[in-house]
Design a binder for this molecule. Structure first.
Ligand code: HEC
Ligand code: HEC
Length: 330
């Protein structure tokens, strides 16, 4: 922490003498180029294409009006901009982004899904979400020649099964990655890519504000679970799965900060409207209770430190990718 504070001169100019340690720190944020596909569900172009069709197709919902992309909308950074997800009913949770899910080991805000494959049919069959029994979905798909061909291309001969649907959707979802942001251009050596305020914010993020303790690495998440002081009452998050753990009570998954400035409102329950309010929450030190993470404590940031942190968070917005919604098999 001390070393990092010393990196900053007046006016946010970074002293040349301290360049080496800043370079070392920057290297921790180099983007990973290779998408990890699991051995039991390897990538294939045919599986990807089928998965993409399924993801955008409203026939996956009972009412035929809702697809995965209704909530995980590519134009809204693969989320929906809503406080709570709106399925057949209003759900108690905010829709998380799917950016970089290939690198997320446990899925869901409380981590109850063990892999991407096992998430896929949950939203489809849930009466509160897409509300379509699996048997009905398989019947619908089998009646569409374009899908019969697409399943055959991806999996060879045989019936359409739950497992094939899950594998195709997961293969497509693993391709959803964040795009290059001004921060990445700075990491790659372009000093002009981000402002002096954002550079000071980066140092705070890794230093006195302690954000990198959990929002670590190029995806800006440790993929782990913490109580930072958002949930109250019986909304106990991962504590539901580990009822005897003190620390997992009120713990939710650390979200990625890629594209974060485009993706409010924030937190698992959409309860924090702006990034300014998020920073204020950390500045207060969350809620002092037994489950509070050891890394969360009052920060006493000055007004200019808060705006530096905000300036840094804004450099994580990637260049929007043109995403053409596919022509659906019929
Ligand atoms: C009504 C909005 C809605 C629809 C439709 C929807 N989702 Fe989600 N999605 C959510 C919400 C809310 C969560 C958080 C669930 C939880 O934490 O238990 C979520 C979580 C996920 C996650 C876990 C992400 C993470 O980082 O943990 C994946 C993957 C996912 N959805 C994929 C899909 C797929 C595939 C479909 C279509 C079959 C789909 N979703 C349809 C709202 C939606
Ligand atoms: C102890 C781990 C931890 C630390 C330290 C931490 N965070 Fe978080 N962060 C989380 C968790 C967990 C959540 C989600 C909490 C929830 O939804 O209930 C979160 C949520 C967020 C969000 C909302 C993202 C979204 O999509 O909802 C932002 C922005 C954020 N943190 C920024 C920061 C900043 C800035 C700092 C430093 C001042 C910081 N975090 C420090 C774990 C941490």
């Amino acid at each position: 922490m001390l070393v990092l504070t010393a990196l900053l001169g007046s006016g946010g100019v970074i002293f040349a003498a301290a360049d080496t340690s800043l370079q070392t720190l920057r290297k921790q944020y180099l983007r990973s180029a290779h998408i990890p596909y699991p051995p039991d569900d390897p990538y294939s172009q045919a599986k990807f294409t089928l998965g993409r069709s399924l993801f955008f197709d409203p026939i996956l919902s009972g009412s035929k009006i809702r697809s995965c992309s209704t909530c995980h909308n590519p134009a809204l950074s693969w989320a929906d901009g809503e406080r709570h997800a709106l399925g057949e009913k209003e759900l108690p949770l905010r829709t998380p982004t799917l950016l970089n899910v290939a690198w997320t080991p446990k899925l869901g805000w409380d981590g109850h899904f063990r892999d991407l494959e096992s998430v896929a049919t949950g939203p489809i069959t849930s009466p509160d979400n897409m509300n379509l029994p699996l048997a009905d979905l398989i019947r619908r798909l089998a009646a569409i020649p374009g899908y019969v061909r697409a399943f055959a291309a991806a999996f060879g001969r045989g019936d359409i099964t739950e497992q094939k649907i899950e594998q195709a959707l997961a293969t497509f979802e693993r391709s959803i990655t964040s795009s290059e942001a001004p921060f990445d251009r700075w990491i790659a050596g372009n000093e002009a890519a981000i402002s002096a305020a954002a550079k000071r914010g980066f140092i705070l993020f890794n230093g006195r504000a302690n954000c990198a303790a959990c929002h670590s690495g190029w995806t800006f998440t440790d993929a782990s679970f913490h109580d930072i002081g958002v949930a109250v009452d019986d909304d106990i998050g991962r504590g539901q799965l580990f009822p005897t753990s003190v620390k997992l009570r009120y713990a939710f998954k650390t979200p990625t900060l890629r594209d974060v400035a485009r993706r409010g409102p924030y937190m698992h329950n959409g309860s924090v409207a702006t990034l300014e309010e998020v920073i204020a929450l950390y500045d207060r030190g969350g809620i002092d209770r037994p489950s509070r993470d050891e890394q969360i404590r009052p920060l006493n940031l000055s007004q200019s430190e808060k705006s530096d942190l905000l300036a840094f968070l804004q450099t994580l917005n990637g260049t929007p990718k043109d995403f053409a919604v596919p022509v659906l098999p019929r």
